[in-house]
Design a protein around this ligand. Sequence first.
Ligand code: NAP
Length: 280
Amino acid sequence: MIVVSAASGAFGRLVIDRLLDRCPVGRVTAAVRDPGGAADLAARGVTVRPGDYDAPQTLRTAFEGADRLLLISSPELDPSRRAAQHRAAVDAALDAGVGSIVYTSFLGADTQADGVTAAHHATERTLTASGLPHTLLRHPFYSEAFINPGLRDAVASGELTDGTGGRGINTALRSDLAEAAARVLTEDGHLGRAYDFTGDLWTYDQLADTLSRLYGRPVVRRDRSGRAPGAQGWLEEQVRGGALERQTGDLRRVLGHPATTLDEAVAAVLAPHLSPAPPS
Ligand SMILES: NC(=O)c1ccc[n+]([C@@H]2O[C@H](COP(=O)([O-])OP(=O)(O)OC[C@H]3O[C@@H](n4cnc5c(N)ncnc54)[C@H](OP(=O)(O)O)[C@@H]3O)[C@@H](O)[C@H]2O)c1
């Protein structure tokens, strides 16, 4: 049996979808903080069990009988609390006799013990210390932080504003990362490995070009004056400093095919909101 924790989130739901393409529904269990919010999964025949990172006693029962567990990292922002939640999950997995763990880590967590990777770094060490066979899926930032329905404003105004300084961005769509996770959970040969997943590099100039071509209206990229508010400003600063330019072949290798292209990603995200240009 494959148990997916935090299965009610955006990534978890995509993993469940991809697992159901690859194995019988009776093999898939969703562990969720609030089973009431996962009635749709239960309606599809997925076993739903309570599993709260803050209530370790629920985790042992949630993981019972799993030969493979996908431990999806918690959205908790405080690194010590987040690392403690993950430690509780690993302890519960040991206690429940889980066969192996696949953990959604983050790029750089192997070497960076602070900042956004602090809890991931600690969890990778917890997994090593546990002695449990495991696989690390180090994710990049999700493309959806940049490629989202907000882009329809750029198509409408003809201007795409950003603060990335034209640097490359190695994000990947949740859907590609979910397919990779489903493959790792259902194939042999992944235990003991650490994958550094990156999408193919793209830039805001390319994004403006994609929007222009797909929607048949000129979209021009402009530099933002000042910093974007909140998390977007921080993220753009990371891009401008070149922090998102690392490239590996791991995602393509695990998928067995190239990741979704920029054109495909934009078309998929904006399809419900905009009509594409007629073919020329
Ligand atoms: N790579 C990136 O760019 C990126 C960006 C954002 C987040 N992340 C990380 O990737 C994970 C998955 O991303 P996502 O987009 O699927 O996030 P999401 O949609 O916010 O889902 C988060 C999931 O965590 C669950 N959760 C929250 N607290 C929990 C607890 N105490 N015990 C058990 N489950 C708990 C939520 O359950 P409820 O449904 O009950 O709320 C939800 O299922 C996030 O949790 C975060 O660690 C990565």
